[in-house]
Design a protein around this ligand. Structure first.
Ligand code: ADP
Length: 766
């Protein structure tokens, strides 16, 4: 509190004044040595001062040399302590002059003195006025002023000398105090710096690190906000990653070209920048403040350097508290922090990158595995091309793409046949799908095939080789499809964005194409095999038809001769004709089987469906075997369920199946053997079926032959089989017929013991 004891009158006795002065100075000097709060020091100074000289008005103002302003630190008016939060420029009033010149001003009339000195008066002008500079070690730190509104009061030379002495004590106390505070702050900052260093290395999560950096930078510099921009290596832009100001969230993701704006210049020059009046700085992007009341006044930007590279820019914005401007000391502090921060960011980034790279690799492998499975699941050449293209477009984000295969035929120049395309208008590519080949001399596509090298063109407009298929494309990626060392085709991808195809993507698509190449080649081989097969089927079908007719007439005439229609026959003739008939029948069987097979393979076997009872089918087949079974003294046992549902089948074809199974049982069962034919209702997949079972006590089959059963022309290798006539087509045809009826054929066999062939046909749903 202010000591209200009245000041000594100027006319007090000489001795007591001197004593009062000494006492006051003693108290002040003592106080200056203690570390007491600044405000208490100033209060004490004032109290002691007014013991000696009249001081109804008194103030201590502190100078801000950067802004050339003064601000009230302690203020008394008419003996009353007031709290003024007021700044004024050096140009106003006499105080600025005192700070600049470091000289005392004493006057009996403030306004007059101002007029004489050509100074604009300021504050509440009193009469007597006296101001002294507060001189620190290297600069004037402020002004101390005493004044009075009372015209009777005059400051004497003696008053001035005492006042100046008090001012010097005051200055030294304040200066020491300021120094102490400054040192304390530095110590605090260094402590914080250490803490932050530990904190920064405690995490490798890049987002967390960036957030810590910005928050702690602002805290360290006592700033309102902070921003962090990192270099985008793809195009050299700086991107706002974190911004802690009120409009911060809107800034995140915004880009600044290198060299532009304060951050851009800081980055490009790799030098710190202090801007203490951002609003008047040409480089400042005003738009960064938009979206709130936030106004950037002062700003300190430093480049972030790690491992010899500049990786971004760290900014702190608007000092909090009394200081308005960032100082070179702040730069040193922020740079010390920045070097640690940059390293932490770089470490986290590298970690994230390795982590990401690993994840990307796993993802890639999974994708390739998926693609492999998809590619291997089909032997359809075009489907493989389509799948590969779809994946490539998905991975790269290309807008359009095509795949083409190289054709090198003898009768025309080599060229590319388009097998799949996506995104192109059909009219530009359709003719290369069927009729024409895309010449190898044409475009980047052809060049890729000729050179066998991947081509990535990013300025398509400027490329004279390019053939524009769709307008607006900027980048084109052409990858040759290779099989061993041969180029067998090409993939082309295009995008309107020149940055679409990154190195990683090119590598990935290359690997994808390598995988696809195998599948493409397989599919191509398969297509060739299929073509050959088709040709063979057509040939067999043609030949069989040609045979059929003469054989029918041979069979007919032999029968007529045997029946004696051409005249009586002796025994030998009869015997010869029987041999002819049996061989013609065998030929007929073969030709019929061949015809059936070729029809089945060409998908031309037609079924003539009708409702038939399983009993009727069974009896029809059995009848024609009775003789053959009797000839080998075999027994045939029929196990027919009493009630069987009617089937909707091709009668002739099912009888053919049954006859084939009975014929095999008869042929591959030695004399005296036993054959069982069972017919019964059964369920397969919960649906009603009728099941036939032909069981014999014959020669059976070894495991390895069982596996080959149902392949064309397969016949067992044992002499018992080889001695019997057969085509090796019966079972293949039989199973196909059963399957065409949505049925299933099964076999069980034990060598030397016998075989069981069975098949089930679904009961037609009413
Ligand atoms: P084919 O009887 O004209 O040789 P199939 O296709 O009917 O032709 O039969 C193929 C082969 O399967 C036969 O050659 C024989 O080796 C074997 N096979 C078929 N049925 C039986 C069976 N019931 N017992 C033993 N082997 C059989």
């Amino acid at each position: 509190m202010v000591d209200q004891s009245p000041a000594l009158k100027p006319d007090c006795a000489e001795g007591s004044r001197r004593e009062a002065e000494l006492q006051a100075l003693y108290v002040i000097s003592q106080a200056a040595n203690f570390t007491m709060p600044v405000d208490d020091i100033m209060e004490l100074i004032y109290t002691q001062l007014r013991r000696v000289i009249p001081a109804p008005n008194f103030y201590i103002a502190l100078a801000n040399p950067e802004k050339e302003t003064l601000s009230q630190a302690f203020y008394v008016e008419n003996d009353e302590r007031l709290y003024r939060d007021q700044d004024w420029s050096y140009a106003e009033g006499m105080t600025g002059r005192i700070v600049r010149n470091g000289a005392v001003i004493r006057t009996t009339d403030y306004l007059e003195e101002c007029a004489v000195r050509g100074i604009e008066p300021s504050g509440k002008p009193g009469k007597a006025w006296m101001g002294a500079p507060l001189l620190g070690e290297d600069r004037t730190i402020g002004v101390m002023v005493v004044s009075s509104f009372d015209p009777d009061i005059v400051y004497t030379e003696e008053d001035e000398s005492f006042f100046v002495t008090v001012a010097s004590y005051t200055a030294s106390a304040l200066y020491r105090r300021q120094l102490h505070e400054h040192l304390e702050q530095r110590a605090r900052q260094l402590d914080t710096l250490n803490d932050i260093a530990a904190l920064l290395t405690s995490t490798l999560d890049i987002d967390h690190v960036l957030d810590l950096v910005v928050r702690n930078a602002a805290h360290l510099l006592n700033a309102e906000a902070g921003s962090l921009l990192l270099l985008d290596e793809n195009n050299g832009d700086l991107v706002f990653r974190i911004s802690s100001g009120p409009a911060g969230q809107q800034l995140v993701g915004m880009r600044i070209p290198a060299g532009k704006g304060i951050a851009g210049v800081c980055f490009a020059t790799n030098e710190p920048i202090i801007v203490n009046d951002a609003q008047h700085d040409q480089r400042w992007y005003r738009s960064f403040d938009q979206g709130g009341d936030f106004v950037t006044r002062s700003l300190l930007a430093i480049p972030l350097n790690a491992r010899g590279r500049t990786i971004g820019v760290l900014e702190v914005i608007n000092l909090k508290g009394e200081r308005q401007s960032f100082s070179p000391e702040d730069v040193v502090l922020l740079e010390a922090f920045g070097s640690q921060a940059a390293l932490a960011i770089e470490n986290a980034r590298l970690f994230t990158m390795t982590d990401q790279a690993l994840r990307a690799r796993v993802e890639e492998l999974t994708t390739l595995q998926h693609i492999d499975r998809q590619l291997n699941a089909t032997l359809d050449y075009r489907a493989v091309m389509n799948d590969t293209l779809t994946w490539a477009i998905r991975i790269t984000g290309a807008a359009v793409g095509l795949m083409a295969a190289l054709h090198e035929e003898e009768d025309r120049p080599p060229g590319l046949q388009v097998l799949a395309y996506d995104g192109y208008p059909p009219d530009v590519l359709e003719r290369y799908v069927e009729e024409e080949l895309w010449p190898l001399s044409r475009g980047i596509l052809g060049r890729t095939v000729l050179t066998g090298e991947t081509l990535l063109i990013t300025e398509l407009g400027k490329n004279t080789l390019n053939v524009e298929l769709v307008p607006g494309m900027q980048a084109k990626l052409c990858i040759p499809i290779r099989r061993e060392s041969r180029v067998i085709g090409v993939m082309a991808l295009e995008s309107p964005d020149p940055t679409t195809f990154t190195k990683e993507e090119v590598d990935f698509v290359t690997r994808l194409v390598d995988h696809a190449a195998i599948a493409i080649d397989n599919a191509r081989l398969f297509e060739e095999v299929q073509r050959a097969n088709q040709a063979k089927t057509e040939f067999i079908s043609f030949v069989s038809h040609e045979f059929k007719q003469p054989m029918t007439s041979m069979k007919g005439y032999t029968d007529l001769l045997i029946k004696g229609i051409g005249g009586p026959l002796n025994d030998q003739q009869q015997q010869f004709l029987n041999v002819i008939r049996s061989n013609v029948q065998r030929l007929d069987r073969l030709v019929t089987d061949l015809l059936d097979i070729s029809r089945i393979e060409a998908g031309r076997l037609r079924l003539e469906m009708s409702d038939v009872s399983p009993q009727a089918l069974t009896e029809e087949a059995v009848q024609s075997f009775e003789q053959a079974i009797a000839e080998k003294q075999q027994t045939l046992e029929l196990e027919m369920a009493p009630e069987l549902p009617t089937l909707h089948v091709d009668r002739g074809r099912i009888v053919q199946v049954l006859m084939n199974l009975l014929s095999n049982a008869n042929k591959y069962t030695p004399e005296g053997g036993h054959i069982t034919l069972g017919v019964e209702p059964c369920k397969r997949d919960g649906l009603p079926h009728v099941c036939w079972r032909v069981e014999d006590t014959g020669i059976g089959m070894p495991e390895e032959e069982l596996a080959k059963l149902f392949t064309k022309f397969f016949r067992g290798s044992s002499p018992e089989v080889r001695n019997v006539k057969g085509t090796g087509l019966g079972l293949v045809i039989s199973r196909s017929i059963v399957e065409m009826h949505d049925g299933e054929m099964m076999v069980e066999s034990t060598l030397g013991e016998g075989s069981t062939f069975s098949f089930a046909l679904p009961v037609a749903r009413s």
